[in-house]
Design a protein around this ligand. Sequence first.
Ligand SMILES: Nc1nc2c(c(=O)[nH]1)N[C@H]1C(S)=C(S)[C@@H](COP(=O)(O)OP(=O)(O)OC[C@H]3O[C@@H](n4cnc5c(=O)[nH]c(N)nc54)[C@H](O)[C@@H]3O)O[C@H]1N2
Ligand SMILES: Nc1nc2c(c(=O)[nH]1)N[C@H]1C(S)=C(S)[C@@H](COP(=O)(O)OP(=O)(O)OC[C@H]3O[C@@H](n4cnc5c(=O)[nH]c(N)nc54)[C@H](O)[C@@H]3O)O[C@H]1N2
Ligand code: SF4
Ligand SMILES: [Mo]
Length: 736
Amino acid sequence: MSRTPAARTALRICPLCEATCGLSLTVEDGRVTGARGDRDDIFSRGFICPKGASFGELDADPDRLRTPLVRTGGRLREASWAEAFDTIAARLPPLVAEHGPDCVAVVLGNPNVHTMAGALYPPVLLSLLRTRSLFTASTLDQMPKHVSSGLLFGSAAAIPVPDLDRTGHLLLLGANPVESNGSLCTAPDFPGKLKALRKRGGTLTVVDPRRTRTARLATRHLPIRPGADALLLAGIAHVLFEEKLTRLGALEEHVEGVDGLREALRDFTPDAVAPACDVDAEDIRSLARELAAAPSAAVYGRIGSCTVEHGTLASWLVDVLNVLTGNLDRPGGALFPLAATDRAPRPPGPGKGFALGRWASRVGGHPEAKSELPMAALAEEIDTPGAGRIRSVLAVAANPVLSAPDGDRLDRALAGIDFMVSVDPYLNETSRHAHVVLPPPPPSQSAHFDFAFNAFAVRNQVRYTRAPVPLEPGRMDECEIHARLVLAVCGMHGQDPSGVDDMVIARTLGKAVGDPGSPVHGQDPDEVAARLTGRTGPERRLDMMLRLGPYDLTLQRLLERPHGIDLGPLRPRLPEVLRTRSGRIELLPAPIAADLPRLRSALAGGASGTVLVGRRHLRSNNSWMHNVASLNGGSNRCTLHVHPADAQRLGLRDGEPARIAADGGEVTAPVEITDAVRPGVVSLPHGWGHDRPGTRMGVAAARPGVNVNQLLDGSRLDPLSGTAVLNGFPVEITPA
Ligand SMILES: Nc1nc2c(c(=O)[nH]1)N[C@H]1C(S)=C(S)[C@@H](COP(=O)(O)OP(=O)(O)OC[C@H]3O[C@@H](n4cnc5c(=O)[nH]c(N)nc54)[C@H](O)[C@@H]3O)O[C@H]1N2
Ligand SMILES: Nc1nc2c(c(=O)[nH]1)N[C@H]1C(S)=C(S)[C@@H](COP(=O)(O)OP(=O)(O)OC[C@H]3O[C@@H](n4cnc5c(=O)[nH]c(N)nc54)[C@H](O)[C@@H]3O)O[C@H]1N2
Ligand code: SF4
Ligand SMILES: [Mo]
């Protein structure tokens, strides 16, 4: 009889959402058989949600690919790693040689922010390949915030986060952290932090067309008309000016453009914006007065304020209110985190500023933002003939056939592409078109460090977990997959993948030793490189970034403290974070001012027709978690939420199918009648529609749902950021 080896526990930071909880995994015989919250984690302190608890099941999903797939004779078949990279090296460089680098689209999806590989290698790939065809999930998500931060603060990465643990007043728009666990605000147990805010006597106002679980925790819930947040926020700012409630305090010396702003917002009186928002003018005045009177306050907006018609203006106004009330950069307000791998602070002064629209997309003429083109324009860039057409796609952790507007068009476009690579654990709606699929190992076999989310965390902290389980035979670490992809794409196929890391280290240190603000200024870069520790290239790069960072840390110190190192509460960072040309916060940047007339014309908007918004469910995650049986089901369903009054008006019955039609097409989904959604608004979640042939996701295919993004044709964008309007677009509903 064989003996079951003793179970052991291992720590792993959860990669399944932005909360970054520390998990304590039970490992038996190389498999994860249990997951609990790590009570000793210095940040998450034992918090866990149902997704984290199902880590073992998700990790062991039998539908995960175990070997690369290579297309021959039109069919994908299992292949060796060598064959997979040989194919890429043979097919891709000739395309680049013939048509130039822009013929290769690099498409980066959301999970790149949840893997070490996704942070460390795409920048290398892009700098060597030099393609301008970059498309990421940001233009389905937070690009408006990058643009507003770029314009206000001179840095697209300078995103203030609400000081959840200390604030006395939170105005939260278009976010539902009780389901999403928070976004651009990394806070394990976000729900608990909202409850604690109420408990200490603070105020929570939630602005959302749906009465969400977050809204139910609020002091006040305002069911705004979708798409109108920019108007509401402009109305609040107007009142602050009108009633002389602006108090810049310590910010005064760092801000310019206040008078111009007052003038620019003159038309946005509470009475003028109220009808379009469907929020009482008197409520808008109270919001402004309470915000101004609160001892500390933070305004925070997320998906519902970003993926809308005026996403950049709304994102800008969120921080305008933080500035006007003196709450930016002060404890209890909205502060800039300082992550362990951020660059050590530099002396303040004028910077290069933030440029927008340095080039435009070929077909739609969409301006670039942060070197990216709109994901909504990917299909047209592939299927529109002519010079400069995209002929190849490198999709890394991206499922745009479901996540982006008009998946059917993209599906057809990808079916005809010359050459496509997917780095993805699943054969799904997008990866089924690839010529080569490179599957990363499951998360239990990967190390984890949050390069992205530490910079949005409500407390400065740092944690690193090595892979809890060794790589299975035949598996390749995702960092090595990325490094080999860089080599194969960029004409260096066959070289040692660790050379990619060595190259980055040499380049980075070469610059750092010449930078007077760097901790290694004046040293010999080779000697600094020789001091770096770590078992792998990525670990050595992490060690380097920690050593160049603001906290005097090393990889070794992190390994000695497996539950993490607390680096303290968020601290004021002005003016050092500012990189605008003026060296100050530019409150009314020119591109914003130029977009205000469009907002002014929305004042006339209002009632008329039904609009659709999305929603998230705690046991789901975008397009890829419907294959875990224990998470799929119950209330996690792809149904159309309809208000009882609308149901009656439209002749819809609970549980029966409704036909939903819009610009891009139509879908049919079962109706769920609920007064949690406001009249005139229906809600359908995204990430469903798992009914395409040629995929390998058995559980998901059995309960496919429909693709809400098929309702969009890709033409509705927030013009400044190129972000798709995924919320608040008109639909027609009829019984099916
Ligand atoms: N209508 C509507 N559409 C939306 C949204 C919405 O609210 N409404 N939300 C938008 C937002 S905010 C986002 S971020 C996007 C997300 O959309 P995408 O960027 O497409 O991201 P996901 O659907 O999370 O996953 C993409 C792929 O990553 C793969 N994957 C999972 N784990 C890993 C891994 O460890 N490594 C690799 N290489 N791949 C992995 C999955 O199998 C999947 O194929 O969707 C957007 N689309
Ligand atoms: N469980 C789970 N967690 C997730 C994800 C997931 O899919 N599932 N996805 C992850 C990702 S990629 C992201 S970006 C984050 C997103 O995190 P959140 O921003 O918290 O996203 P949602 O839960 O979609 O909440 C958006 C809310 O905006 C509301 N809304 C829609 N339109 C408007 C509007 O015009 N104005 C206002 N004020 N509100 C509006 C919607 O009703 C919804 O309740 O979640 C992350 N976490
Ligand atoms: S809240 Fe997010 S990070 Fe925490 S356990 Fe759940 S999915 Fe994982
Ligand atoms: Mo997202």
